[in-house]
Design a protein. Structure first.
Length: 466
């Protein structure tokens, strides 16, 4: 029913003319070579269609105009940020309007008293972080793509990052939103205040909705005081299981690291091959722990002792911020380095209970052996969020098939261990079938009911999530 409405024939000239009636000419891109470059995000194995037009609005009113025309003419709309996503959530559908929000990039307000920032969706994560830092404030969510990804994209996919173990994910920092609905109406949700429980929490509903319920055009974000400079410790282990045991000991001991990251031997070697960073390739797993407390050296000493008790072969605390940043740079390079192994990667995003992290990593090793593939794992170990990264040659049909099958087997393993199919990358196109398995039929029915309430014509990012 929804698809028949979307695919209804329309007069293309009238369609574009109607858009141009409320938009400047430079905001409407029609050149097929240009529009094709907006067709997909960074996910593998995700189909993408051919957009009819790309629109780059600069104002809320322009977004409303686009949605009114789209509703009237039953045209699908695919919202986009920087397209750094890894699930196909920003992929175009045939004949759609790609609504790229990157030009709405203003920081509207930074309020040190209320500890909030008000921003447009196209603001780059790192730009916001640096701006609030000048006021002694801190915006914690820091995806690995923070120098490129937008706040709107972060909200759409409920992004995480390295600091989640202590500071949580994007959803915990979104206080309020302005959202343009499918029919062009503007709705405000949430609050500016430190507390507020009026009505259903529609703000949280939009966070992670991947543009399927409305278009975020403004966000009120919570800020924290700038913490002290963190110090990092690196611990080498003779097995992934031992490193995971150290994670369990650290969390069980009540420690609150600002990050707790794991890189397996495949990832360490890939980073060394790419950047010649001198990481210890003899290790089976490298654990990075950091603290941004007032006495981080004491915290690192305590955690170092726990790592040794878990079987660490070497524990090396950084002496200063420069050494710490070097170690973190190695972790941030992990996905780029793994992509260089074979040219193409398929990045999984399975989150399991911390207590099952060792089982997850050992299971991934078995999957890699079964399919004769290179699979590197980097993980936000402190919150159990693993990123198994399947490296393969996309020009080899058999290897591509094995890559896809291994990806599915890893997701099945995560669910078997009591986990979830995505901790921070979202569902998009890539994991639609797996979302249904995780939610069950009643859960899917309820979520589809919510979608129908906000988007009765099914024009918002069709084919994603469900």
């Amino acid at each position: 029913m929804i698809m028949s409405r979307i695919e209804a024939p329309r007069d293309e000239v009238t369609f574009v003319d109607r858009l141009l009636s409320g938009l400047p000419a430079e905001a409407v891109l029609l050149d097929p070579d240009v529009t094709a470059s907006y067709a997909n995000d960074m996910a593998s194995f995700c189909e993408a269609g051919t957009p009819a037009v790309v629109v780059l609005p600069r104002t809320v009113e322009q977004v409303q105009h686009v949605m009114r025309i789209a509703t009237e003419l039953r045209v699908p709309v695919v919202p986009q940020g920087a397209r750094t996503g890894l699930s196909g959530a920003a992929n175009a559908s045939d004949g759609c309007i790609v609504l790229s929000l990157v030009k709405m990039d203003r920081i509207l307000e930074i309020n040190p008293v209320d500890r909030i920032a008000v921003v447009e969706p196209g603001v780059i994560n790192a730009t916001l972080s640096r701006a609030v830092g000048e006021h002694g404030l801190y915006y914690p969510p820091d995806p690995s793509s923070w120098e490129m990804c937008t706040i709107g994209g972060n909200i759409g996919t409920a992004s995480g990052g390295l600091c989640c173990v202590k500071y949580g994910v994007t959803a915990e920092y979104v206080l309020g939103l302005d959202v343009v609905l499918a029919d062009g109406r503007l709705m405000s949700t949430g609050r500016r205040t430190a507390k507020g429980v009026a009505g259903y929490d529609l703000t949280r509903l939009f966070v992670g909705s991947e543009g399927s319920l409305g278009i975020v055009v403004r966000a009120i974000l919570a800020l924290r005081p700038q913490p002290p400079q963190q110090l990092v410790l690196a611990a080498e282990f003779g097995s992934a299981r031992a490193a995971c045991d150290a994670v369990v000991r650290i969390m069980e001991g009540g420690h609150v690291p600002s990050l707790l990251e794991l890189m397996d031997r495949t990832t360490v070697k890939a980073v060394n091959d790419l950047a010649h960073m001198g990481l210890p390739e003899s290790t089976e797993a490298l654990l990075l722990a950091a603290f941004d407390t007032h006495d981080p050296a004491a915290d690192l000493t305590a955690v170092g002792a726990l790592c040794e008790a878990a079987g660490a072969t070497e524990v090396v605390p950084a002496e200063d911020a420069a050494e710490s940043e070097l170690l973190l740079q190695a972790r941030r390079l992990s996905l780029t380095a793994l992509e260089a192994v074979k040219g193409t990667t398929m990045i999984d995003d399975v989150c399991v209970p911390r207590s099952r992290l060792g089982d997850m990593l050992e299971g991934i090793e078995r999957v890699a052996e079964k399919y004769s593939l290179t699979i590197g794992v980097c993980a936000h170990a402190g919150d159990g969020n693993t990123h198994p990264t399947v490296c393969f040659d996309a020009t080899d049909p058999d290897e591509s098939r094995r890559a896809r099958e291994s990806f599915d087997e890893i997701m099945a393993l995560g669910l078997e261990l009591g986990g979830t199919i995505t901790g921070e990358h979202g569902v998009g196109v890539l994991k639609k079938e797996w979302l249904a398995r995780e939610l069950g039929p009643v859960g899917v029915e309820m979520q589809r009911g919510i979608k129908a309430t906000f988007d009765p014509l099914g024009i918002l990012n069709p084919g994603k999530v469900f």
